[in-house]
Ligand binder design. Sequence first.
Ligand code: URA
Length: 240
Amino acid sequence: MDREKVRLQKYLSEYGVASRRAAERMIAEGRVMVNGSVVDAMGVKVDPAQDQIFVDGKRIETRPQLRYLLLFKPVGYICSVHDDRRRRTVLDLLEGINERVYPVGRLDYDTSGLLLLTNDGEMTNQLLHPSHQVEKTYLAQVTGIPASHDLQRLREGIMLADGMTAPAKARIQSVRQGNAVIELQIHEGRNRQVRRMMDAIGHPVQRLRRTAVAFLRLEGLQPGQWRDLTAEEVARLKQL
Ligand code: URA
């Protein structure tokens, strides 16, 4: 398996040397060397951690440009990079991104909303670490209208198959045709946690959207759209 390997032209564009097309031209012109040999054929794969790559005699920096993206994930996309069932993945929505970014945590196939993606592994670990998980806000349209004692159970912590949940913030945001939309804020990130919490109080989720992660909001984006975080947002995230 050469999992960690990438095509040379992709590597050159990821590392900011040139666009993919221009990188292909550079290769064809014999300007690129890998471990001391000129590579002028397409399709050669390199290992960024191991191989020494030179363009016009200059060694390429082995650190890719760090990217931080905020995506409005639509329903109907999975967050893993590969899927055995060949469903669409969130990476299919990121046209024009040369860097290999990964989702920070997961949203279910049938959940929409705010998803961060980055190639900054350190930040991913920081944001997902159980001891300092950031606050995530969800709007859950549920069946029926939870009573105040149901909401109180969410606030105090509720027993799920994998243990008690930490205290959450929960309130009724709106009611329509006998069904409520609950705003729920949690710090944890367990598998299908919001759905399981709502099941536990007897009000299953019909639709789920994540509207915020820490101070980041979906404002200005439509489902399927993304934007880069600003330098200020990145700095604030690192401080959390
Ligand atoms: N909780 C869920 O149940 N699903 C998600 O996608 C996110 C949180």
